[in-house]
Design a protein around this ligand. Structure first.
Ligand code: CA
Length: 228
């Protein structure tokens, strides 16, 4: 099901959009400010974003700028007021795909949404980007971000992280991780897994408040949903 994020601080308008998009069988989530939207974008994958420019706190433009650093693929349609022509232009420069001037007709919005969705291959969306609690990995560019901080990993650290993210909620012991990430030909000590988990944690977790990789005592390692 196509999942659309509505970022709009006018709650009434947000609810109307939710209702109208619901009639068209789109699944929707609402964020009433930029910060809330940014957080939602860290933990969930959306197929399209409707983004109001004038938002309290983090503005729509700031959100757009930060989000496009992590994700270039998800289409974004700006919702602008009539007197925000300048913002509209810079919004397109920042990577928005389209814009609509308020007030707009629902039919026009739906047509714009369909046009954007036609241009993206739905299967790609979920595969190209892995996200987990503020951490995002772009599988085509290999860019990694936690919040909006870029993280540099070595190829082995990257492979280990991607393997755990792709197999969320499963626990792997050292032998399994060696087989999957290092390959069967690796003849060294399984301690290398612990060493690399520590390297990874230093880079992706240490500067932040929540832990991405969990140790399951006596078993191995996992990345679990819903634990922070
Ligand atoms: Ca607004």
């Amino acid at each position: 099901m196509t999942h659309i994020l509505i970022v709009e601080d006018e709650e009434k308008l947000a609810r109307v959009l939710e209702l109208e998009l619901g009639y068209e069988d789109y699944q929707t989530s609402i964020a009433l400010d930029g910060q809330q939207a940014f957080q939602l974008l860290q933990s969930e994958n959306f197929d399209l974003i409707l983004l109001d420019i004038m938002l309290p706190g983090m503005s729509g433009m700031e959100l757009l700028r930060r989000y496009r650093k992590q994700n270039q693929a998800t289409p974004i349609i700006l919702l602008t007021a009539r007197d925000e022509v300048h913002d509209k232009v810079s919004g397109l420069d920042l990577g928005a795909n389209d814009y609509l001037t308020k007030p707009f007709q629902t039919e026009e919005l739906l047509a714009r949404i369909r046009a954007q969705l036609r241009q993206t291959v739905p299967a790609n969306n979920s595969v190209e980007q892995l996200s987990h609690q503020g951490l995002s990995v772009n599988l085509s560019s290999r860019d990694i971000y936690r919040e909006d901080t870029a993280i540099e990993l070595t190829p082995r650290e990257y492979d280990l992280l991607v393997f755990l993210l792709k197999n969320k909620n499963q626990v792997f012991n050292r032998d399994q991780l060696l087989d999957q990430v290092w390959g069967f030909e690796y003849a060294g000590d399984t301690n290398v897994v612990d060493v690399y988990i520590r390297y990874l944690r230093n880079k992706i977790d240490k500067p932040f408040s929540t832990e991405t990789i969990q140790t399951v005592r006596g078993v191995g390692y996992t990345i679990k949903d819903g634990i922070s």
